[in-house]
Design a protein around this ligand. Structure first.
Ligand SMILES: CC(C)(COP(=O)(O)OP(=O)(O)OC[C@H]1O[C@@H](n2cnc3c(N)ncnc32)[C@H](O)[C@@H]1OP(=O)(O)O)[C@@H](O)C(=O)NCCC(=O)NCCS
Length: 181
């Protein structure tokens, strides 16, 4: 399958919310599906446009995966940082390489727009496949307390970007929920 990608979420909000809700419902529970569905709604509708980016994979005109990136501000570091969350591939289309190709496409878009680092919080075994490494709070302070610090991951987007990121960090309001971390 040849994938196309789009960064335009405005005309596809309902489709994207449904995909994410369904994907997390099947992978985890209906409660988790509803929670992450609300998270992407908040990212699309309640976040300043300059602070959020999305990459969706398309099969024809149908969205089959999406990944969101939102701004993380470090009080004492002027470099540009994004948090990648959530990532979802449509149920029935998983384990075909779509997630990895979509993440790499999204990272390239961020790099071109001048983002220096991307951080995420999840299963290292999966995200290592797209160049993330496990990091510590000394390398980049998480915005909220992590319940699973081994899931704190990061990736510089340019060869010039060097750890650490300096000072406390602040995520967008949509991600500012202890249950996510
Ligand atoms: C996680 C997810 C985005 C991966 O996308 P995908 O297109 O299915 O994955 P890919 O085809 O790119 O990669 C497949 C590989 O990743 C592994 N993998 C898939 N999901 C994984 C997970 N949740 N944890 C660890 N490894 C995972 C597969 O075992 C496979 O490994 P292999 O190549 O060594 O056999 C997708 O499965 C999904 O939407 N899951 C439900 C929602 C979710 O859990 N999102 C992540 C948390 S934000």
């Amino acid at each position: 399958m040849t994938l196309e990608f789009t960064s335009d979420f405005a005309s596809r909000e309902a489709e994207i919310t449904q995909l994410v809700t369904d994907s997390f419902t099947v992978a985890d529970s209906a409660e988790e599906g509803a929670f992450v569905g609300q998270l992407v709604r908040d990212l699309m509708q309640g976040t300043p446009r300059d602070d959020v980016m999305m990459c969706a994979a398309l099969d024809g005109n149908m969205v089959i995966g999406c990944v969101f990136f939102s701004r993380l501000r470090f009080e004492e570091d002027g470099r540009r940082v994004s948090v990648m969350a959530p990532v979802a591939v449509k149920t029935g289309q998983q384990n075909k390489g779509i997630g990895q190709e979509m993440i790499l496409h999204g990272l390239e878009g961020l790099r071109k727009s001048g983002v220096d680092f991307v951080l995420t919080y999840g299963d290292p075994n999966y995200y290592i496949k797209t160049g993330f490494e496990q990091i510590t709070a000394d390398m980049a302070q998480p915005p909220l307390r992590l319940s699973m610090p081994f899931g704190w991951l990061g990736r510089p987007l340019s060869t010039k970007a060097r750890w650490p990121l300096v000072g406390p960090s602040h995520c967008v309001a949509a991600l500012n929920k202890p249950a996510l971390w």
